[in-house]
Ligand binder design. Structure first.
Ligand SMILES: Cc1cc2nc3c(=O)[nH]c(=O)nc-3n(C[C@H](O)[C@H](O)[C@H](O)COP(=O)(O)OP(=O)(O)OC[C@H]3O[C@@H](n4cnc5c(N)ncnc54)[C@H](O)[C@@H]3O)c2cc1C
Length: 416
């Protein structure tokens, strides 16, 4: 009899899991989504990817993602990975922490180039920096447009026989002798050999049905897109840590910028039916993105100046054409939570991808599909294991309310 896997959530993590399971000819695969494909954070992502992370498991996973993003450009109709590279910027305070990771990158064969301001200026004349940032360039990085990737991945799933059920909310799980045996959606019981929960910020509300908790925090995050610029801008995706955000080229000769909000309070999803569209960008942050990030690209000021433009020169700027806000989810130790749940054989989770769930998604799908179909992933993901947290500490952690700044990823230099 054919095996059946149910994947809860049709964001990039769930769809990628379904796609990679289908490529393994797993059997019947159903993705269940309470809204529409991409309704959660996935359609709101900036889509930036770098392989230069801060843990060995993270770096190894991103190596899978970077390879798969390129292959997916050939496999999925309407999708292309934008291989412009990713420039990660650091100031004097945050660089030593990152510099300590270079031996890890060398050992794992990860490509990178360290660049000073003059080298960056000659490589990307459209980029101009205040101060003396250090550039750590990832030549394999880049970005994807979520608006192209999501429909292409969903269609890729359907072509491989995956059923995607939209408008269907999972309200409970079916267990049988301690084993995960399926899900409940409304009046319907859907039996399955494997259940994969990829419900992002809804995780605590969904898993509470089986008394399972993980130490997770969510925060609002926002990004903006300009109107088309008069002339093309040639820049990589830039994780502009010292400037409080990031900036990248965007479809149609636009620029996309995202801005941090350290004072953002923790956001608690009120109930299972919560919709991410309820979140709008907090007041003032669009201006902060304009003032902090657009000056890095003087061409965005629609002026003839080629040096760094003062914020005042943006006063006539027409404003952002697109503004999007959504939620990021973080685990207590900053690493994703991905893999089998030992307490419930047959249950798998993929959550807490910090600001990098889009970048992780090809790897998350490959690794979760490996766990489900082959009994184990293709790389060691013990450091991502859902079982790594102490239940009492998890309980105490989840009772505490913190701000984004208090959830410290040192120096704000860990992004995407
Ligand atoms: C503004 C912004 C910018 C970002 N920029 C980047 C970036 O540049 N690079 C990067 O890598 N990442 C970025 N991220 C993070 C990235 O968007 C997320 O990590 C990623 O999209 C998570 O994908 P997901 O599939 O796990 O979750 P989601 O996309 O949130 O999908 C979860 C799905 O589960 C569904 N669901 C929930 N509960 C149920 C239920 N009970 N039954 C059925 N379905 C359910 C939801 O409706 C939702 O569609 C950004 C995020 C934001 C908000």
């Amino acid at each position: 009899m054919s095996r059946h896997a149910v994947i809860v959530g049709a964001g990039v993590t769930g769809l990628s899991t379904a796609y990679h399971l289908a490529r393994k000819s797993y059997g019947r695969i159903t993705v269940i989504e309470k809204g529409r494909v991409g309704d959660g954070a996935s359609s709101r992502a900036a889509g930036i990817i770098t392989g230069l992370l801060w843990s060995e498991t993270g770096v190894r996973a991103r190596q899978i993602s970077l390879t798969r993003f390129r292959e997916l450009s050939d496999e999925l109709d309407g999708y292309r990975f934008q291989d412009v590279g990713c420039l990660n910027l650091f100031d004097a305070a945050s660089w030593p922490e990152r510099e300590r990771l270079l031996p890890l990158y060398d050992r794992l064969g990860v490509e990178y180039t360290i660049m000073d301001k003059a080298e960056m200026a000659s490589t990307w004349p459209d980029l101009v920096f205040d101060g003396e940032p250090v550039g750590l360039f990832d030549p394999l990085g880049g970005y994807s447009e979520p608006d192209h990737y999501l429909p292409a991945l969903a269609e890729g799933c359907r072509t491989l026989g995956v059923e995607i059920r939209e408008g269907c909310m999972i309200s409970d799980f079916i267990t049988d002798s301690g084993r995960m045996a399926g899900v409940v959606a409304g009046d319907e019981r859907i039996e399955a050999d494997a259940v994969v929960s990829t419900v992002h910020v809804w995780t605590l509300k969904v898993l509470e049905r089986i008394g399972l908790q993980l130490p997770l925090k969510s925060f609002v995050h926002q990004r903006y897109v300009t109107a088309p610029l008069p002339s093309p801008v040639r820049i990589p995706a830039v994780n502009a840590n010292p400037y409080g955000g990031y900036i990248r080229p965007a479809h149609g000769n636009r620029l996309l910028a995202g801005i941090e909000n350290p004072s953002a309070p923790e956001f608690r999803v009120p109930d299972r039916s919560f919709e991410m569209s309820a979140i709008s960008p907090p007041a003032g942050l669009g201006d902060a993105a304009r003032d902090n990030l657009l000056p890095l690209v003087p061409k965005a000021a629609r002026s003839d100046r080629t040096d760094r433009v003062n914020c005042a020169d943006y006063a006539s700027y027409a404003g952002w054409e697109i503004e999007k806000a959504g939620l990021l989810s973080f685990s207590r130790d900053g690493e994703p939570v991905l893999g089998p749940v030992d307490r419930f054989p047959g249950l798998y989770v993929g959550v807490a991808f910090h600001s990098g769930g889009f970048a992780y998604n090809p790897a998350s799908g490959v690794l979760l599909a490996g766990c489900v179909a082959d009994g184990g992933p293709e790389i060691d993901i013990e450091d991502f294991s859902p079982g790594r947290f102490d239940p009492d500490e998890t309980d105490a952690y989840n009772r505490t309310l913190i701000t984004h700044a208090e959830y410290s990823l040192p120096g704000h230099s860990r992004r995407h």
